[in-house]
Design a protein around this ligand. Structure first.
Ligand code: TTP
Length: 657
């Protein structure tokens, strides 16, 4: 649902930068002989020459379109070079494009707040940079202005066709210009310079829109492509928006846009101007009504989020026509590929950016063979994300089964036959910074020989993680897992995931760099099942007793004794975030793969145990313990703070008494 945010200021300078025919440029840089040649990138599926996903501008001149397949493109443009998307695990591997996008982002981020919006799009907030420039260099005093700036398209500026660059120069350097236009002029100079830097350092061209908000900047960036920039002055906004088809506006391509068309007869943004804010609120509610009213006037308060990294990671594949997956085994086989890829990227994100994801979501498109309800969508399902390819796979399979049951309207576990899956994807979202302190804790445990030496016994508690699906997964396990997934932490969406959406999601995925190493997979259990809390507490009591018996001479021993047996699914452990992550990452050095999670509870930690740690570790552990003193305002199971909360300890004590 769109959110109506009031414009914070109409003096902001926002740019939207969009790479030109991005995948083609990446391929042309890789194979320089393709530069200047008509080129397109085709999907992995080679049917009829493969579907085109990116078309170079030379090929576009010859009439090649993205909607074509390779064979058709060859007919239209016989000299076209078709380059296939790299393939890994039997599916498209977008790593080189993501990495190329990261190169560009790192350059664009030099001048202001930068938001990576997709694999090849970036928003920049250049307000501060523009204001500084204006203060330091009054525009009317500028002696030389780069050609790239003079090539800008200034919306609303009438050109006489004789010397457009001179007209633009005059506009840029007007002494009597409105302050906001002067800032826009500075924005145009900054963006042109950034685009030149991108070209010099990466060989890629890009186009840009410069405006007072994100919505207008985005609309403008695509208006003059390739390798050009467009400036939206305040005076030009009405003229820009009025003729635009309503369905082309962001967030209006779906049901809301259709409703405007059918219910209100609104086909262009101009049509929407006739409706008062009150009227739109009456029909669509206060928030959406205001958002529509604002949108029609080019008002948008959306801020550029300072984010250079992707919001989520996803891995998916389509199975069109006869390729549809019709058995659980086939689905599991592909989920294994997808989950491995997702896991590698999560692992890389953790190592490179120190970020952890919290939610795993499974999306699919499916049909029923005997379809009486062909429009029923395959539900998307989510659950807390557990790190490790095997765990991601296990959870994904369970999510798929839960979704398939719901899709088929069945209460029993689904069987083969009667259904087919045409699209499958897994994604990881709610990505946040890993808790601070993790690094030095990790370093500490890396150096702990005694941890290694004394771990023989406790290592037995860690069954080696299998990347294969467990054939012995029991009905009760599946069922209970689904209960969890359908509980408070599960989001069930009714979105069907189309090919386009998948591709957009792929575009939205982005990652800094890629490595294929997956030998050390930290087994982070970021949250756990409430249904296990009682068992966990019982288990905790036993472990605590054992610890007391042995004494509390080492936090390592303490924590080891709190590990749970993975062989017993019924006694799963309490959730444990910060320390568990630290420990799990610490265990990387052992090059051992562990399936189970550490169980950890602040209340269990004896001060004398903490005192045994080196000074810097003590400080970090105490930082973790501090939340015990805070009120329990955090949703159960959502954060480490919950497990440190006094209420929780109180409950434990009550239960004990
Ligand atoms: P776009 O920015 O939509 O297009 P483009 O960069 O190829 O061309 P333009 O100059 O018109 O902006 O997409 C960026 C890349 O994302 C594109 O090069 C290929 C990929 N992509 C897909 O894989 N599938 C899709 O459906 C679309 C639209 C893009």
């Amino acid at each position: 649902m769109p959110v109506a945010r009031p414009e914070t200021s109409d003096s902001r300078i926002i740019a939207h930068v969009d790479m030109d025919c991005f995948y083609v440029q990446v391929e042309q840089r890789k194979q320089p002989h393709l530069k200047g040649q008509p080129t397109a990138v085709v999907q992995y599926n080679s049917w009829k020459g493969g579907g085109l996903i990116a078309v170079g501008y030379e090929a576009r001149k010859d009439g090649v379109k993205r909607s074509m397949r390779g064979d058709e493109a060859k007919k239209v443009c016989p000299q076209i070079h078709l380059v296939q998307v790299p393939v890994a695990r039997g599916k498209a591997d977008l790593t080189i494009y993501r990495n190329a996008g990261s190169e560009v982002v790192s350059i664009l981020a030099r001048k202001g707040r930068c938001e990576r919006a997709s694999i090849d799009e970036v928003y920049l907030d250049l307000t501060d940079a523009a204001e500084t420039m204006l203060k330091e260099t009054p525009l009317e005093t500028l002696e030389s202005i780069d050609e790239e700036v003079l090539k800008s398209h200034v919306l609303g500026l009438s050109l006489n066709g004789n010397d457009d660059r001179e007209t633009v120069r005059e506009w840029l350097t007007r002494r009597d210009a409105d302050h906001r236009d002067k800032l826009l002029a500075c924005g145009a100079i900054i963006v042109a310079e950034l685009r030149l830097q991108v070209l010099r350092e990466t060989e890629f061209t890009c186009s840009a829109g410069v405006a007072h908000n994100k919505m207008l900047a985005k609309l403008a960036s695509g208006m003059n492509k390739p390798a050009q920039q467009t400036i939206v002055t305040l005076a030009s906004v009405k003229g820009l928006l009025e003729p635009l088809p309503i369905k082309k506006m962001k967030q209006l391509g779906g049901k809301l846009g259709s409703s405007l068309q059918t219910d209100l007869g609104v086909n262009t943004v101009g049509d929407l101007l006739q409706f008062s804010e009150q009227k739109l609120q009456d029909i669509y509610g206060a928030n959406t009504g205001t958002w529509l009213w604002n949108t029609a006037r080019g008002i948008s308060g959306d801020e550029v989020e300072g984010r250079l990294l992707p919001k989520s990671h996803g891995s998916g594949k389509t199975f069109p026509g006869v390729r549809a997956l019709k058995t659980l085994a086939a689905v599991e086989k592909w989920l294994k590929e997808l989950c491995e890829e997702l896991s590698e990227r999560l692992q890389l994100d953790l190592e490179t950016n120190k970020r952890v994801a919290h939610t795993l979501t499974l999306h699919a498109n499916a049909y029923k063979s005997t379809d009486t309800d062909s429009l029923k969508k395959f539900p998307s399902k989510s659950c807390p994300l557990r790190y490790g390819a095997g765990k991601v796979l296990e959870d994904s399979v369970n999510l798929f089964q839960a979704a398939l049951r719901e899709f088929l309207g069945s209460y029993t576990n689904p069987v083969d036959g009667g259904w087919g899956v045409t699209n499958l994807s897994v994604s990881a979202s709610k990505i946040v910074a890993a808790p601070s302190g993790t690094c030095s804790i990790t370093r500490y445990f890396h150096g702990q020989d005694r941890f290694h030496a004394s771990s023989e016994q406790s290592d037995k508690k860690f069954a080696p993680e299998s990347d294969n699906l467990s054939p012995s997964r029991t009905e009760s396990h599946s069922a209970s897992h689904q209960t969890e997934c359908e509980g408070g932490q599960t989001q069930i969406t009714s979105d069907t995931f189309s090919l386009d959406q998948y591709e957009t999601a792929c575009k939205d995925e982005a990652i800094e760099s890629c490595s294929t190493s997956k030998q050390h997979e930290p087994q982070l259990r970021l949250s756990e099942k409430e249904r296990n809390i009682n068992d966990g507490k019982r288990s905790y009591e036993q472990k605590r007793k054992a610890t007391q018996e042995k004494g509390t001479s080492s936090i390592l021993r303490f924590l080891q004794t709190n590990s749970c047996s993975s062989s017993n699914q019924e006694t799963k452990c309490l959730p444990s975030e910060g320390v568990q992550e630290a420990l799990d990452m610490g265990s990387e050095s052992q090059n051992k793969r562990r399936t189970d999670s550490w169980r950890y509870n602040a209340g269990e930690i004896d001060q004398s145990v903490v005192n045994e740690l080196p000074a810097e570790i003590q400080e970090e552990v105490r930082t973790w313990l501090r939340p015990q003193k805070q009120a329990n305002t955090v949703k159960r199971g959502s954060s480490i703070a919950h497990y440190f909360s006094p209420n929780k300890n109180k409950q434990t004590n009550l239960r004990k008494s």
